[in-house]
Write a protein that binds this ligand. Structure first.
Ligand code: GLU
Length: 502
């Protein structure tokens, strides 16, 4: 068997969305699982939809995800160039072949003439299609004489090249995920292969490049399934062997109905892009997983499981583990529902596996947080909070009280934990704490003994104490908080609370 070569072929029309990331990931996983190559090709022939910066964004996003291409515009390779806009002469060569074999024809219809044809069809209650019937009534090289066609070309009349769809053929097709299905060519139209600016459309450039780059498997979104018939016929017309195809199902909205769209992120409060993207025209910034605080390994693990289930219901897998296990034939046919909670769960699981030192470096890296504390203190705080954190920034947010003396006290918590005997209790405790060693183990024991000597339950003591230290009834174990804050700060906070609450 020839080498497995899989390409990811994004169009630089905007940032990569979750569906695109998943396609790239499955391309990568399948290629690497088979010992093959992962190629990135930029499909930039649609100049009208080109977005400045989109290609760089796509390459940076793939890199962040750890999906490093073997070949791409950035990485080079033997089958370049890897940008379609730089491959015009290749398409021209193959177009001549298509025209020679009568598999395509020139169409000179103006937009006005096509509108007219559309209107006529509508009047009859039909939908216009440029196809095996209508081509015989329109202005093209099927209906015009050779001389007339040559005259129009000489006069520089604009034209497009259309595929000449065969009449009444049943096409039997096969998809790795969906199995076998058939289509009658009469239901397909004569798609434009080359536009009037001489640029090939997606369909033509795509099959030429997949052939030229010796692509063995095409994995892409299901929105391309209706084009598969045309692609089969293009391969046939060129006399080329076709790659195998796998069309991935949609990623669905959290409620399980409808495609997750680019606008859904704002609506549901989670990113749909891997990285922040600033629209070069409007200046609007769309949120990205990276900036939201997701770890790339958690992000791709989450994305991989949107449509594929590893054996034994395993959920946490590193990229190399996924490569080892990935099976394209087991990718789900049904759409995959996106869940923000699940995405957060993945991040939490990966965060837990980081060492305190790794988290410290990451915490120091979080923008907008200016930490004055020493490494030693931060490491203590990290070890106390990391079990509860979903994101690195949570360590700071949930542990904020370690850095700032409470300025106010949660009213509900005060009501629950404070009464007229509390000031006397906390004063006595303060006096007791003055003389003891602030080690968590020791503090635990001392607090116990103190509560016992006063003949009160632990809750009665711990609640007002916690409230004084934290400002609310949250956080890690009280002895750990005391030990981390240190004696002076702890006593200061108790005093503060006594002054402010009582
Ligand atoms: N340029 C197409 C897209 O962005 C690629 C589709 C394909 O993989 O064939 O969707």
């Amino acid at each position: 068997m020839s080498k497995v070569r899989v390409r990811f072929a994004p169009s630089p029309t905007g940032p990569l969305h979750l569906g695109g990331v998943r396609t790239a990931l499955y391309d990568y996983l399948f290629a690497k699982n088979q010992g093959g190559d992962f190629i990135v090709r930029i499909e930039d022939t649609d100049t009208a939809r080109y977005v400045e910066g989109a290609e760089d964004y796509i390459m940076e996003a793939l890199e962040w995800c750890g999906l490093i291409p073997d070949e791409s515009p950035k990485h080079g390779g033997e089958y370049g160039p890897y940008r379609q806009s730089e491959r015009r002469d290749i398409y021209d060569k193959y177009l001549a072949q298509l025209l020679e074999t009568d598999s395509a024809y020139l169409a000179f219809d103006t937009p006005e003439e096509l509108d007219e044809a559309r209107k006529k069809a509508e009047e009859k209650g039909e939908v216009f299609a440029y196809n095996y019937i209508t081509r015989n009534q329109l202005k093209n090289s099927v209906t015009l004489s050779k001389e007339e066609v040559q005259r129009l070309i000489n006069q520089d009349v604009p034209y497009v090249v259309r595929f000449k769809m065969p009449v009444d053929r049943i096409l039997n097709m096969e998809d790795i995920i969906r199995g076998k299905f058939a289509v009658n060519t009469n239901t397909l139209d004569d798609k434009v292969l080359v536009k009037n600016d001489g640029m090939p459309t997606y369909h033509f450039a795509n099959i030429v490049d997949d052939h030229e780059m010796q692509i063995s498997h095409v994995i892409r979104g299901e929105e391309w399934l209706p084009s598969l018939g045309l692609h089969y016929l293009l391969y046939e017309a060129m006399g080329w062997e076709r790659p195998q195809f796998a069309h991935l199902s949609l990623i669905l909205k959290p409620e399980g109905k409808g495609k997750l769209s680019k606008r859904d992120g704002d609506k549901f409060g989670f990113p749909v892009f891997p990285l922040n993207f600033k629209d070069p025209v409007t200046g609007n910034v769309s949120k990205g997983y990276r900036e939201e605080g997701y770890l790339p390994e958690a992000f791709i693990n989450m994305v991989a499981l949107l449509g594929w289930s590893p054996a034994n219901d395993r959920e946490i897998l590193s990229l190399p583990e996924m490569v080892g296990e990935f099976d394209l034939y087991k990718v789900h046919k049904a759409g995959a529902r996106f869940s923000k909670e699940k995405a957060e769960w993945f991040n939490h699981e990966y965060l837990k596996t980081k060492t305190d030192e790794q988290l410290l470096a990451m915490l120091r890296d979080v923008q907008d947080i200016d930490l004055e504390a020493t490494d030693e203190k931060l490491l203590k705080i990290i070890s106390l909070i990391k079990e509860r954190a979903t994101f690195v920034k949570d360590i700071y947010e949930q542990g904020k009280f370690f850095f700032e003396t409470p300025g106010e006290y949660d009213a509900k918590a005060v009501k629950k934990s404070w009464n007229e005997s509390t000031p006397e209790l906390l004063n006595a405790l303060s006096a007791h704490l003055q003389d003891i060693d602030f080690h968590p183990e020791n503090l635990k024991e001392e607090l116990h003994n103190f509560a016992e000597s006063r003949e009160i339950g632990m809750g009665k003591l711990m609640m007002p104490l916690r409230l004084s230290l934290v400002g609310e009834l949250k956080g890690p174990e009280v002895p750990d908080i005391l030990a981390t804050l240190g004696k002076d700060e702890s006593l200061r906070r108790i005093k503060n609370a006594l002054n402010n609450i009582s």
